[in-house]
Write a protein that binds this ligand. Structure first.
Ligand SMILES: [Zn+2]
Length: 127
C-alpha cells in the first residue's frame, strides 16, 4: 500500500519487523489533513507491532499505534498549533501533545480510534 506524502519507510514499525499495517481510512484522513496543511508531516512513529509497542510505550501490546490508526508528527510552534486546531475537524479523535523540552523532541500524536473501555474518545492528553 502506498500513500501520497508518506513513504513506506516512515510508516513502518521501527523494530525491524518490516510491518506497516496502516489503516486505509485513517490514512485517508491523515493525507487530507497533510494536503490542507501545505507543510511536511515528518512522522517519528506510525505503525508499531504489538511487541515493539510493548517495549517502548506504557500502552502495552494493544496501544493506538498497533491498530495502524495513529501517528506521531514532529511539530512545534505555528505548525503544531495548526495541526491541533484542525485535527479534530478532520476525523482525529485522539490528540496527544508533547510541546515541552527541546524543539527537536516535540511532537503531536494523532489517532482516530473509536470510544472504548479504557480508551475514551474524543480525548486530548499531554506527555
Ligand atoms: Zn515491529
Amino acid at each position: 500500500m502506498s500513500y501520497d506524502f508518506f513513504s513506506d519507510d516512515e510508516l513502518m514499525c521501527k523494530c525491524g519487523c518490516g510491518q506497516a499495517l496502516m489503516d486505509d481510512a485513517f490514512m485517508g484522513k491523515l493525507v487530507s489533513l497533510r494536503e490542507l496543511a501545505g507543510f511536511a508531516f515528518h512522522l517519528t512513529s506510525a505503525y508499531r507491532c504489538p511487541i515493539h509497542n510493548h517495549s517502548i510505550s506504557s500502552t502495552g501490546m494493544d496501544g493506538p499505534h498497533t491498530t495502524g490508526r495513529a501517528v506521531d508528527i514532529a511539530l512545534f510552534g505555528p505548525q503544531a498549533h495548526w495541526v491541533i486546531t484542525n485535527a479534530g475537524m478532520h476525523g482525529m479523535t485522539g490528540i496527544g501533545i508533547k510541546q515541552k523540552g527541546d524543539y527537536t523532541s516535540r511532537f503531536v500524536h494523532l489517532d482516530d480510534l473509536p470510544n472504548g473501555s479504557g480508551q475514551p474518545r474524543p480525548w486530548v492528553w499531554t506527555y
